[in-house]
Design a protein around this ligand. Structure first.
Ligand SMILES: Nc1ncnc2c1ncn2[C@@H]1O[C@H](COP(=O)(O)OP(=O)(O)O)[C@@H](O)[C@H]1O
Ligand SMILES: [Mg+2]
Length: 171
């Protein structure tokens, strides 16, 4: 996994990586899980946004991350349900959102998403653009750009001190 610093002025620091194939995606997910585990065990709330076109690897990255955090069983893509809840090792709550089909702001209130985002645990969101204005500020933003069938340009941006600590821990 190749790493280069592309920007270093606070408050939003970003790193550029390149994944040659899915095993690099898995390595980064496992490194991120290492950093997340102690924070989540202490009851922190961490929110990570996943940006990229269809097929970029947002769900794939999430699956590797959730596996590394000890989520067992099938990890479904939440596209139809908008959110899939999971339990990671140690009883940590994980909510995996996909806002691709989200188009009714009223659903934000009705489905209790505000409360979910305020509760301790890990939140991951694919297509957060679809719920812009409703979502809180993320700790981390991951931007995935396909370069070939297996190669991905990856940009990781930290937007909070928690995100910054996680970003540093990945290198
Ligand atoms: N380097 C890579 N990182 C992530 N996924 C990859 C990579 N190379 C190939 N893939 C494949 O690309 C597809 C990504 O699909 P998916 O994760 O569902 O995308 P998204 O959720 O962004 O729409 C998967 O079939 C995955 O196996
Ligand atoms: Mg997806």
């Amino acid at each position: 996994m190749h790493v280069s610093i592309v920007a270093s002025s606070p408050p939003s620091q970003a790193d550029a990586f390149q994944w040659s194939d899915e095993s690099d995606c898995q390595v980064m997910a496992e490194r991120l899980a290492e950093g997340l585990r102690p924070l989540l065990s202490q009851g922190q709330t961490v929110y990570i946004e996943l940006h990229g076109t269809l097929g970029a690897g947002k769900t794939t990255f999430t699956r590797h991350l959730l596996r590394a955090l000890g989520v067992e069983g099938r990890i479904k893509s939440p596209s139809y349900a908008v959110v899939e809840p999971h339990e990671a090792a140690g009883g940590i709550q994980v909510h995996h959102f996909d806002f691709y089909r989200f188009n009714d702001p009223q659903e934000w209130e009705d489905a209790g998403f505000r409360d979910l985002f305020a509760a301790p645990g890990l939140k991951l969101a694919e297509w957060p653009e679809q719920a812009a204005g409703l979502l809180p500020r993320p700790d981390l933003r991951l931007h995935l750009t396909p370069v070939s069938d297996t190669r991905r340009d990856v940009r990781l941006q930290a937007l909070t001190p928690t995100g910054e600590a996680l970003r540093k821990g990945i290198q």
